[in-house]
Design a protein around this ligand. Structure first.
Ligand code: PRX
Length: 651
């Protein structure tokens, strides 16, 4: 960790001291700090109270305020020179292109909002599930839903029908927006088929999705339910050419959207974000992270199905009038330089992605990146996982040409936008490869030991946040107890009025106060920057009739960071075979989605468990990674360790 700090100081900003002073002022009185920040945005009515702390941990921001995020992301550009600025340069995987200006985006959102309200019948407060690939209709749908006061729940298009069905049911979404298909690695993924299966599952459980809007993207044949299915293009055509839908006034503490994320039980959590708090936080953090300029070409290479896309492809950049790149397909298709070629072609100035993608592109060799002129890049970003210092240096020198600082942003679905990261828009502190640097203004982060004592410099502990911030989740959809238990019970002391947010990440802080993120502290693994609950995978594997027990852990992987490795105990009468192994993979693909398929399936006779029957995953992790297995005093049957060793040796 004793990395030499890299000298960016002189270039952008004053000094580390200056940033620290600014930070200190922000956290002295967070309410007045955020009060001022929120005033930069358009509100229909200003708030009566900045932060309502009367029912912790159910904090409410800008109480009494009324707004609609469309006012800031879209309407504010109309009638200004931004009107004719490109909002999205979209590129399909086959190379087809669309250019959408702010005024075109505004017109399309208004027409679709009109159709959703007048024809489909979406009312304020209704939830709408959006299961779309990376096509312009995805941000258009999100904006149209929020414009009329609906709540969107975007489900990543790589999830399977079963995962989609769970999310539709949990959100009680009566409307689904999907597409016929999309392109991935030169093939068409038939999304509507998955959606149809999901609707059958939902119907079997007694719930009815009333309308399904279908975007035509791939032109493939689809099955059609008359009266339920509606083409997106027909709906938009029915709206008046110059339709204007007044943005529905929303209370600051109404729900803007739900986004599901994995947790430590099999049931995904619907993370709720608020109208006013999310808007204010995202607007400000975007500015601090990327120092937006009118001539920017901004590219977050992520999928809108995850929080990174919600915040850094839809709401954040649009609230700053940025011109963006949006890309449909695989990053290394048709050749490993697709990304670099696009950066060159569009003159991208800011590029933000995950360490996983960087590791993948680096693996192909430097020729691919060196054959493109990437000199337009002025800032680079990473998110989703810790970045290895070697990859950081490669990114910095090969991609950024040694002149673009790297903004390593630590945050979560729950936090709305970055929390710990450099802030070149304010004052760029010296960088250290692999560290997300310092908390952003207004964020009171700390590292505690397992017993709740502040960790010493250099001591590994657990990351916490001590004060609320506007981008924080409002709660878990339909499950307030789980919200309190998951995020606020580890270190809080309610009897003393002390509430501490627990993100379940290991971290340490070095002598300069820099944060180093060290991975998840719960039973969630981080595969290619995506959070996947191991219990969700175990539940899926247990659905196979031959399986009696399953334990999934994260195994190391040079590209994806972590990959799921499944230890499976078969029922009496079943023998491990390659066919069975494939079936286990298939059941995960079907029930969760292709991203979650275990890279290894290891059949074992028994699993190491405690005397109380809890599976000891840490033993399997140690055996996989070749580390010490540690304390085994609670192990019920020591021969289980031998069984795992034997199985690993044979697999
Ligand atoms: O473990 C941390 C890791 O990703 C988790 C959040 O995942 P998710 O909600 O899917 O959001 C990902 C995109 C914001 C965190 O709890 N993580 C995220 N960013 C970083 C990170 N780990 C290390 N460094 C980061 N920059």
């Amino acid at each position: 960790m004793s990395e030499e700090a890299l000298p960016f100081g002189e270039k952008y900003y004053p000094s580390l001291e200056e940033y620290k002073n600014l930070y200190a002022r922000s956290v002295e009185d967070i309410e007045s700090f955020w009060d001022e920040r929120a005033r930069e945005l358009v509100w229909i009515k200003h708030w009566d109270q900045v932060l309502d702390e009367s029912q912790p941990p159910f904090y409410r921001w800008f109480k009494g305020g009324v707004t609609n995020i469309n006012l800031n992301a879209l309407d504010r550009w109309i009638g200004t020179p931004y009107e004719n600025k490109v909002a999205y340069h979209w590129e399909g995987e086959p190379g087809d292109r669309r250019t959408i200006t702010y005024s075109e985006l505004y017109r399309e959102v208004n027409r679709f909002a009109w159709a959703l309200r007048e024809i489909v019948g979406v009312k304020p407060g209704d939830t709408v599930t959006i299961y779309l690939p990376m096509i312009p209709e995805l941000p258009i749908s999100m904006l149209a839903v929020t414009r009329i006061g609906g709540i969107h729940s975007v489900v990543f298009s790589g999830f399977s029908a079963w995962a989609l069905a769970d999310r539709i049911l949990d959100a009680r979404a009566k409307v689904l927006i999907t597409a016929d298909g999309f392109y991935r690695r030169g093939r068409v993924v038939e999304l509507k088929k998955e959606a149809d299966t999901a609707l059958r599952i939902v119907a079997e459980k007694g719930f009815k999705v009333e309308k399904v809007v279908v975007v035509r993207r791939a032109g493939v044949d689809i099955s059609w339910s008359e009266g339920i299915n509606m083409w997106y293009h027909d709906l938009v055509k029915e709206a008046p050419e110059k339709a204007y839908v007044k943005p529905e006034p929303r209370k600051s503490d109404d729900v803007l959207f739900i986004l599901y994320t994995s947790g430590t039980t099999g049931k995904p959590k619907g993370i709720m974000h608020s109208v006013g708090g999310y808007m204010t936080y995202v607007y400000n953090v975007f500015k601090w992270n990327w120092d937006p300029k009118p001539e920017d070409v901004f590219w977050t290479a992520a999928d809108i199905g995850w929080i990174t896309g919600h915040t850094y492809i839809v709401y954040g950049p649009l609230m700053h009038g940025e011109t963006q790149i949006m890309y449909e397909g695989a990053p290394d298709y048709p050749k490993p330089d697709r990304i670099w070629a696009m950066i060159e072609k569009y003159g991208v100035t800011v590029f933000y992605t995950s360490p996983t993608l960087l590791r993948l592109l680096r693996k192909y060799g430097d020729n691919w990146v060196e054959s493109h002129d990437l000199s337009s890049l002025r800032l680079l970003g990473t998110v989703g996982e810790p970045i290895n210092p070697e990859v950081w240096r490669w990114y910095y020198t090969k991609v950024g040409g040694g002149k673009a600082p790297i903004v390593d942003t630590w945050w979560q679905t729950e936090t709305g936008a970055a929390m710990i990261s450099p802030a070149p828009g304010l004052a760029l502190v010296p960088l250290k490869p692999g560290s997300a640097t310092l908390p952003l203004p207004g964020i009171v982060a700390d590292v505690l030991t397992a017993d709740g004592r502040p960790a010493k410099p250099g001591e590994k502990g657990l990351l916490v946040v001590r004060r609320p911030w506007p981008g924080m989740l409002m709660g878990i959809w339909g499950d307030p107890d789980r919200y309190v238990k998951t995020y606020w019970s580890r270190f809080s002391r309610p009897e003393e009025g002390v509430w501490i947010y627990y993100p379940a990440d290991y971290a340490l802080r070095d002598e300069d106060g820099y944060f180093w993120l060290l991975g998840r502290a719960d039973e969630v693994i981080n595969v290619a920057g995506h959070r996947i609950g191991t219990i969700e995978l175990e539940d899926a594997i247990l659905a196979h009739p031959a399986v009696s027990e399953a334990a999934v852990v994260g195994g190391p992987d040079p590209v994806k960071g972590e990959v799921p490795v499944a230890f499976v105990v078969l029922r009496e009468g079943y023998e491990p075979t390659p066919k069975l192994e494939e079936e286990v993979r298939e059941v995960v693909r079907r029930l969760v989605g292709p991203i979650a398929v275990p890279s290894r399936i290891i059949f074992v006779e028994k699993l190491p468990k405690t005397r109380s029957g809890k599976i000891m995953r840490r033993i399997m992790i140690a055996l996989l990674k070749g580390g010490e297995i540690g304390d085994t005093s609670t192990l019920e049957d020591p021969s289980a360790v031998e069984a795992v060793k034997k199985a690993l040796a044979q697999s």
